[in-house]
Design a binder for this molecule. Structure first.
Ligand SMILES: Cc1cc2nc3c(=O)[nH]c(=O)nc-3n(C[C@H](O)[C@H](O)[C@H](O)COP(=O)(O)OP(=O)(O)OC[C@H]3O[C@@H](n4cnc5c(N)ncnc54)[C@H](O)[C@@H]3O)c2cc1C
Ligand code: SF4
Length: 469
């Protein structure tokens, strides 16, 4: 009890951040990380629960009280080793996981006070290790002589690769892009997740012996059949859901209307923001409208500000309570001056005589009954049409399944939206020796859920490689 009272008295340690007015114009990371003293102080808020609810909230089951306890004792290498037992991408997860809905959402301290800052502590342990290199990596199992192909180097593919290497298998990752990391590098911007952090976590896999074949589009450069013919014993498909989705309203084909996918890929992965050092064209609008309310929309609207927009609007058809983005990202966007036009739905775009977008017509909305997703559905207010002038529009309303690989692979069952059907408990697909997981199975979800699916599949693949289908 005394311990509990003590924990409640320490306030949640705030992570220092760049000032909003400064950071809104640069691509450097926004939160700056906890100091060792603040991390130890924050770790002291954990009650070390016997039945830790936080762990139930973690899709990969990190032993949260154990790693926090090591931070409290100042044993930072010990903390990261504890996390690595269950999570091979802690610097990433500490930055982008929706902790408020997962571990921190369940933390018992959160019932009366602010929950323990589990994500910030995870980030601290990973960053400390990257700077100091003191921890011992998990040891690899003896070689099994089995070859595994992992298609896609996003968080689910990287998790499968990491787990299977540890179990002694020979792993090759095939990636369509010229850099590994999936959405972590082409989607999530530098100011939220510096690319160097993703590359360093991928290098860790490389050092353990994984091969990474870049610029290889499986389904085009090589097919699944050919991979089996080359001697791969098992294949994991973690190709994500990167197909842009548009609204299907008039004017979406005007120049200056981008999918968020293309806008963010050009800016992040192809470094358009470092023009003229990198000669990647991207339109730098003055009045930018981003349609959508998820993390992708926040990233696009904040990127537009950093590229020089005078006004960056988020146009979302529900209210603030229904915004699907992480609370921290909404807060950061507001602080930086992103203008939220909530309960607003675009109906068409206007163009000039050269076919360039110059404006958007929208309707005011109000909330009706909850829809199938449980969120209150938006209903248009009749006659409420109004116009927003804009010279750049970014559509961030979700993504679909890219058919390139799935259509070129025989015997792979897909659902009606084109996603791969895979068993939830194993990741097995309808095709023998082929597993799948992450966004290509669930539709757009989260990094940690993609990693959780990778973990499940890796265990099942190991069983297959050692025991049979
Ligand atoms: C802008 C943005 C912001 C996001 N923010 C967050 C966030 O803050 N927190 C969070 O938890 N989640 C966030 N997400 C969602 C999260 O990133 C995804 O759920 C997650 O990355 C899915 O992982 P994955 O491994 O299934 O696929 P991906 O990360 O999409 O990786 C798939 C990889 O496969 C490659 N590939 C595709 N087809 C082929 C092929 N035929 N051959 C070879 N390679 C192929 C792709 O190039 C890609 O590298 C965000 C997503 C976006 C787009
Ligand atoms: S639920 Fe909160 S207090 Fe309890 S062990 Fe987890 S982080 Fe610590």
């Amino acid at each position: 009890m005394a311990e509990k009272e003590k924990s409640e008295k320490i306030p949640r340690q705030k992570m220092p951040e760049q000032e909003p007015a400064v950071r809104a114009r640069n691509f450097n990371e926004v939160p700056l990380g906890l100091s060792p003293e603040a991390a130890i102080m924050e770790a002291g808020r954990c009650l070390q629960c016997k039945k830790p609810a936080c762990v139930e909230g973690c899709p990969v089951g990190v032993d949260i009280p154990a790693f926090i306890n090591r931070i409290r004792e100042g044993d930072f290498p010990g903390a990261i080793q504890k996390i690595w037992e269950r999570n091979s991408l802690p610097a990433v997860c500490g930055r982008v996981c929706p902790q408020e809905m997962q571990c921190e959402g369940k933390c018992i301290v959160g019932k009366k006070d602010a929950p323990v800052a589990i994500g910030n502590l995870e980030r601290f342990a990973a960053d400390y290790e990257r700077a100091n290199r003191k921890a011992v990596k998990p040891s690899k199992g003896a070689s099994t002589g089995k070859k595994v192909a992992v298609v896609g180097s996003g968080p689910s593919g990287l998790t499968v690769a990491g787990d299977l290497i540890l179990k002694g298998h020979d792993v090759t990752i095939f990636e369509a892009f010229h850099r590994p990391g999936g959405v972590l590098v082409y989607g999530i911007p530098e100011f939220r997740l510096p690319k160097e952090i993703v590359f360093s976590e991928v290098d860790g896999l490389d050092a353990m012996g994984a091969r990474v074949e870049l610029n290889t589009v499986v389904g085009r450069s090589v097919t699944i059949e050919e991979l089996f013919a080359q001697g791969y014993d098992a294949i994991y498909l973690g190709v994500g859901a990167g197909l842009p989705v548009f609204m299907g309203i008039p004017g979406e084909n005007f120049a200056g209307v981008f999918s968020a996918n293309e806008y963010l890929t050009r800016t992040n992965l192809m470094k358009a923001y470092r023009f003229p050092e990198y000669d990647t064209p991207v339109i730098k609008g003055k009045n930018v409208v981003t349609v959508g309310g998820g993390n992708v929309a926040m990233d696009a609207a904040r990127t537009a500000l950093r590229l020089g927009a005078e006004n960056s609007y988020i146009v979302y058809r529900r209210s603030k309570n229904e915004l699907p983005a992480r609370a921290a990202e909404v807060h950061h966007a507001e602080e930086e001056g992103v203008n939220f036009r909530l309960l607003t739905n675009p109906t068409r775009f206007f163009g000039d005589d050269k076919g360039r977008v110059i404006g958007m017509e929208a309707l005011k909305m109000e909330l009706g009954e909850p829809d199938a997703s449980g969120r209150r559905s938006p209903v248009a207010v009749k006659g409420s049409e109004f116009r927003i002038d804009c010279d750049l529009v970014i559509i961030a309303i979700g993504a679909g399944a890219n058919p390139l690989l799935t259509k070129s692979t025989e015997g792979l069952a897909l659902n009606k939206r084109g996603y791969i059907v895979a068993d939830q408990a194993t990741g097995k697909t309808s095709r023998k020796a082929v597993w799948a997981g992450g966004d290509i199975v669930t539709g757009s979800a989260t990094v940690i859920l993609a990693m959780g699916a990778g973990r499940v599949a890796a265990n099942s693949m190991h069983d297959y490689l050692t025991l049979g289908w």
